[in-house]
Design a protein. Sequence first.
Length: 297
Amino acid sequence: MISVIGPFKNEAENLQKLVPMLKTELDALGEPYEVMLVQNGSTEDWQKYLTLPSENFKVITLRRGDKGRALRRGIAKTTGDIILFMDTDLEDDPRDISKFYTKIKEGYDFVNGWRKNRRHTWDKVVPSFIGNTVVLRWMLGSKYHDINCGFKMFRRECLKDVVLYGDNFRFLPLFVEKLAFRTTEVIVTHKNRMHGKSNYGFLNRLTVFADILTAYFIYRFSQKPLHFFAGIGLLPFVIGVVITGWLFIERLFFGVMLKDRPLVFGGILLILVGLQVILTGVIAELQVYLSRKGMRE
């Protein structure tokens, strides 16, 4: 069973064209399938445009517009062992579904789309380039070219040890790769939006960098958080110790008075800040240990 999950918000005219195309391509695969369209906060009369061609197509409605929430609900409501995420704005071409499924049949567990020739404007392409190339490929060594592509197919078992929350669905390929599943990517056709406007504005694109920082932390330090916090806290702690140590020597051996030395407070502050950050890492290590212990029990 192939489960297709497509969140939509104010995409009625696009859905009117997409649904028949989806049915044609999925029928051509010759496998049982289901399509779950998740309405997440549309303000338009989408029911006037949308006609479901068969019982394989269903719509569920969420009150709030949140793509991550819509994907999670779609996963919970579908039963297929193969899951396909697809945007409903017609920027993804349904004819590429066969490319994904071919890779799945070859034995891959996760297949990510790569919009090699993107049709987006510079304000979308530049942040995406920074995230994909600088952070993911250079810093994390990921092989993906376009991790933020919403077009992807994978086996349901890939989600077993992945916690989806907020907007971290965009980093699902990274988490699956870390869990040692067999992953790959395929070049997909990227088309210009035909109707409506994007639900992602400038502020949404800025938050991507915060999400990238989160993904970097989880990927590198989720099992050893003390390494992250100690790396940050050790520098101010050592500087504070050096400052206060030197002031102690001046006072003890050279008789220098410290009451008018603001550096005293600076050194103490650096020590306290460094200790606080390091102890945060210790607490995080305890949480990892206890969670692992609870899983074994």
